[in-house]
Ligand binder design. Structure first.
Ligand SMILES: [Zn+2]
Length: 166
């Protein structure tokens, strides 16, 4: 007896797909937002006051100025089989607060050692927060995906841990 070709093909396809089956898990993104207020001044000490004013405008005001910063940290990962969460949002909140609370109501340039050598731009603030968060999230299913810093409603800066050679 000759098998119906379309029937044979169907059987083969089903068998093939069951052989190559691989288990997958959803990858989910989790974000927590916290805010802090701080003062700072943009200043490149290697340049004259005049050149700093040309570059940074009122952001280089000698007595500084302040912002209400908003910080969003996003984790990317598979869900923990026990909790179905990427990370408990309460834990993420605590980690983020432990990083930004020391910045709150401070003069970034004068009070935070990192900003004595790194200018307190939004870019450097996002890198600083990334580096500090990374120390708190060493392994496990949670991975740091993005740090977003907003100094005003109109400006936001994102760091995703990427690096390029100079
Ligand atoms: Zn500023």
């Amino acid at each position: 007896m000759i098998a119906n070709p379309s029937y044979s093909l169907k059987v083969y396809t089903m068998a093939h797909s069951s052989c190559s089956f691989e288990a997958t898990s959803p990858v989910v993104y989790v974000t927590r937002k916290e805010i802090f207020s701080a003062g700072h001044r943009l200043l490149n000490p290697q340049l004259s006051q005049e050149d700093n004013e040309l570059l940074f405008g009122k952001c280089t005001n000698p007595n500084g100025h302040g912002h209400n910063y908003s910080v969003k940290v996003t984790l990317r990962g598979k869900q923990d089989p026990k909790t179905s969460m990427v990370m408990h949002l309460g834990d993420l909140k605590e980690h983020l607060k432990s990083v930004i609370d020391p910045l709150d109501h401070k003069s970034l340039d004068l009070d935070i050692p990192y900003f004595k050598t790194a200018m307190s731009t939004g870019e450097n603030i996002s890198v600083y927060i990334w580096n500090e968060m990374e120390k708190l999230l060493p392994n496990g299913p949670a991975q740091l995906y993005e740090v977003k810093v907003k100094s005003t409603d109109k400006n936001s800066i994102v760091y995703r841990g990427e690096k390029e050679s100079n």
